[in-house]
Design a protein around this ligand. Structure first.
Ligand code: RET
Length: 268
C-alpha cells in the first residue's frame, strides 16, 4: 500500500498534488504536438526519436491523468480535511508507465547517438534487461514502503545495482556519440548526460520519501519530486534529443534540417 493513504490533507495540500498531476499531464500533451510537428525537419536516420517521444508522451499523459483521477477519487472533503474514502491511492501505477517509457527513452539515446548494427542490438538488450529489472524489483520493494522493512531495502538495493549497470551503458553511449559529433553538438550531448543523470537519480529519492518524511507534507513533496523528474527525463530530454537530431541532420546535409536551422542563425 502506498504511504499516501496514511494521511489526511489540508485543502492546499490536496490542491497542490492534484494541480501537479494535471499540469504534468498537460505538459506531456503539449510536447506530443511539438514532437510530431517538428519530425519533418529531422532526417530519416534519426526521425524515429520524434515518434518515440510521441509514444512516451501518450503513455505519460494517460498515466498522469489516471493518477489525477485516482487521487481525486481516493480522498474527499469531510468539512475540515480531505480524508481517505472509497478507492485507495496507488503509486504503483508509475512503475507500469516506466516499464514502457524507460526502454523507449533509452532506445532514443541509441538512435540519436548514431549507434548501429551489432553494438545497437547489444546495448539495446542491456538497456531493456537492466531497465525492466530495475523497475520491477523496485515495484516489489515499494509494497513495503509504509513499514520500511527488509523487503523495502533489499529490493531497493537490488534495483540500484541494475540502475548502475544501465547508467554505465548510457555513459558509454554518450561518450561514443561525443567522439564523432561536431563540436557544437558535442556540448549538447554533454548537457543531455547531465540532464539524464540528475533527472533519473531523482526517482530513487521518490522511492525513499516514506522513510525521509512519513507525513502529508512528504506526500506533497513526493508528487513534486516525481513530476519534476518526469518532465525533465521525458519531455525536456525528448526536446533536447530532437534538437540534437536536427543539428546532426543539418550537418549531414539534410535539406529540411538546414532550412529549419536558418530560423535560428543570424542573417549576414
Ligand atoms: C527505483 C527503486 C529504488 C532504486 C532505484 C529505482 C530507480 C528508478 C529509476 C526510474 C526512472 C524512471 C524514468 C521514467 C520515465 O518515464 C525503481 C525507484 C535506483 C531510475 C526515467
Amino acid at each position: 500500500m502506498s504511504f499516501e493513504n496514511d494521511f489526511t490533507y489540508s485543502p492546499t495540500q490536496f490542491e497542490i498534488v492534484l494541480g501537479v498531476f494535471s499540469l504534468t499531464a498537460a505538459v506531456f500533451a503539449a510536447v506530443l504536438v511539438y514532437s510530431l510537428a517538428t519530425s519533418g525537419s529531422i532526417s530519416p536516420r534519426y526521425r524515429l526519436t520524434s515518434y518515440l517521444t510521441g509514444v512516451v508522451m501518450v503513455s505519460a499523459t494517460l498515466e498522469l491523468g489516471f493518477l489525477a483521477l485516482r487521487w481525486n477519487n481516493a480522498f474527499s472533503w469531510n468539512g475540515s480535511v480531505y480524508e481517505l474514502s472509497g478507492d485507495l491511492f496507488s503509486n504503483g501505477f508509475r512503475y507500469m508507465n516506466w516499464s514502457i517509457d524507460v526502454p523507449v527513452l533509452l532506445t532514443q539515446l541509441l538512435i540519436v547517438a548514431g549507434i548501429t548494427g551489432m553494438t545497437f542490438r547489444k546495448r539495446w538488450a542491456s538497456f531493456v534487461i537492466a531497465g525492466l529489472a530495475m523497475i520491477w524489483t523496485g515495484y516489489i520493494g515499494q509494497f513495503d514502503e509504509v513499514d520500511g522493512g527488509t523487503q523495502f531495502w533489499l529490493w531497493g538495493a537490488i534495483s540500484t545495482v541494475f540502475y548502475f549497470w544501465l547508467l554505465y551503458v548510457a555513459w558509454q553511449t554518450v561518450n561514443d556519440a561525443k567522439a564523432t559529433a561536431p563540436p557544437h553538438v558535442k556540448r549538447l550531448f554533454g548537457a543531455v548526460w547531465i540532464l539524464f543523470l540528475v533527472s533519473w537519480t531523482i526517482y530513487p529519492l521518490g522511492y525513499l520519501m516514506p522513510q525521509i518524511s512519513a507525513s502529508s507534507n512528504g506526500v506533497v513533496v513526493r508528487s513534486l519530486v516525481y513530476s519534476f523528474a518526469d518532465i525533465a527525463s521525458k519531455a525536456v530530454y525528448g526536446i533536447m534529443l530532437a534538437v540534437i537530431a536536427q543539428k546532426l541532420s543539418a550537418h549531414e546535409g539534410y535539406e529540411p534540417a538546414i532550412e529549419a536551422e536558418k530560423a535560428f542563425v543570424e542573417a549576414d
